[in-house]
Design a protein around this ligand. Structure first.
Ligand code: SF4
Ligand code: SF4
Length: 384
């Protein structure tokens, strides 16, 4: 059970300055017409009412590229490299917090991933309540992630002059200690309830069925002809997986120096939509067809992860639908499967539109965020 306080908006910048004495503080910043999580120096640099970011803040927990270990090829030296830096992620949306919870499960199952674990311990989450849907493709309300006030270390709700602050964990308490929090008076309680009830009215269910039925629906529609239709449309660009807060697949690469005396092992985000993702030794590719890779993506989000972790692998952020150049969107795909299950034909809402404007507007997001030359974990390095 969390504690509730308020913090005046006028105190926000001073709070940020105090946090910056102990942490790298990152928050949602406008950039080239989009929003990206990046380091902030003042509260004014943040846009806390941002719709969504191109790339989720998972990049701070699970960087696009990282060195896992360094070695000498004669076997005399093998050393893990753990890069981490105490970081506050300020203004993370609750769907992205839920994705972090999923990662916490995945990276601690069986073999604990020490690279993820070290960074996770150094990351402090301050979430913010979304008061309206962030995009036409978001369906967080269906996925149960639009209102999670007790999931992050601290959670802010905009009440006009102040933010209501849910203090959920000891980490959260440490962030708010010695700041300007005030008691949560009955008047603020009334105001909070009004804001949340208006917010709930603004979010509509987008799926035509309850999300509890998703796992069974996907199992029963495994052989649906819809997968072929989606596969035929897909361009194999992999953008849907690059922007997804729950996509966790990576590739591991060994890179030796020119003299073959030493090297390093790195890991990089991978994509199940890539043609060679399921290519194995001997040349067999067990998901060679685009339809098989698309089916796998949806199965993994709505069934396989749920089977493995008891949590869905989609948080309904809508980024994949927003980014896909040919309008393959989860809401449409899942509703089509449900229609098909009920004997109704699938009629796509969207047709392929490969105009220059369409491609640049959507495809630029990942480039704006990830290719800006910034390493997400350029802080102190601990060799282990
Ligand atoms: S599958 Fe799409 S909607 Fe679901 S979490 Fe990933 S990017 Fe967001
Ligand atoms: S973004 Fe769309 S076109 Fe690109 S790989 Fe994903 S589903 Fe296919």
């Amino acid at each position: 059970m969390s504690d509730l306080k308020t913090i005046p908006k006028t105190a926000l910048n001073e709070w940020i300055q105090r946090l910056r004495r102990r942490f790298r503080v990152v928050g949602p910043r406008p950039k080239l017409g989009q929003f990206v999580f990046a380091e902030i120096e003042t509260a004014a640099q943040m846009a806390l009412d941002y719709p969504t970011t191109c790339v989720p803040p998972k990049k701070y927990l699970f960087p696009q590229q990282e060195t896992l270990l360094q070695y000498h090829l004669d076997g005399s030296h093998i050393q893990a490299v753990i890069e981490t830096e105490p970081t506050v992620i300020f203004g993370i949306h609750t769907c992205d917090v839920q994705a972090t919870r999923l990662f916490d499960h995945i990276f601690s199952q069986g073999f604990t991933d020490q690279h993820y674990q070290a960074r996770r311990e150094d990351i402090y989450l301050i979430s913010i309540e979304c008061l309206s849907p962030c995009s036409a493709h978001a369906y967080c309300h269906d996925m149960g992630t639009s209102h999670l006030p007790e999931a992050a270390d601290l959670h802010l709700t905009d009440l006009g002059e102040v933010y209501a602050v849910h203090i959920n964990t000891p980490k959260g308490e440490s962030l708010i200690a010695d700041t300007f929090v005030e008691e949560f008076s009955p008047a603020w309680q009334q105001s909070y309830e009004t804001v949340i009830s208006e917010k709930q009215a603004a979010f509509h269910k987008r799926l035509n069925f309850p999300v509890e039925a998703l796992n069974d629906l996907l199992r029963e529609r495994y052989s649906s002809s819809l997968w072929q239709a989606i596969g035929d449309k897909c361009l194999v660009c992999g953008m849907c997986t690059q922007v997804c807060p729950t996509c966790v697949c990576f590739n591991v690469v060994d890179e030796a120096n020119l003299t073959q005396t030493k090297g390093q092992r790195t890991r990089h985000w991978d994509s199940c939509q890539a043609t060679t993702f399921a290519l194995v030794a001997g040349g067999h590719n067990f998901r060679e067809a685009r339809m098989a890779r698309q089916r796998h993506r949806f199965m993994r989000k709505g069934k396989y992860m749920h089977d493995a972790y008891g949590m869905l692998g989609c948080v309904g952020c809508g980024r994949c639908g927003e980014t896909c150049l040919v309008d393959i969107t989860p809401i449409e795909v899942l509703n089509a499967l449900y229609q098909e299950q009920n004997g109704e034909p699938f009629v796509p809402e969207h047709e392929m539109e490969l105009s220059y404007e369409n491609v640049t507007a959507r495809g630029a997001g990942v480039a704006v965020d990830l290719h800006a030359g910034a390493s997400q974990n350029n802080g102190r390095t601990h060799p282990h």
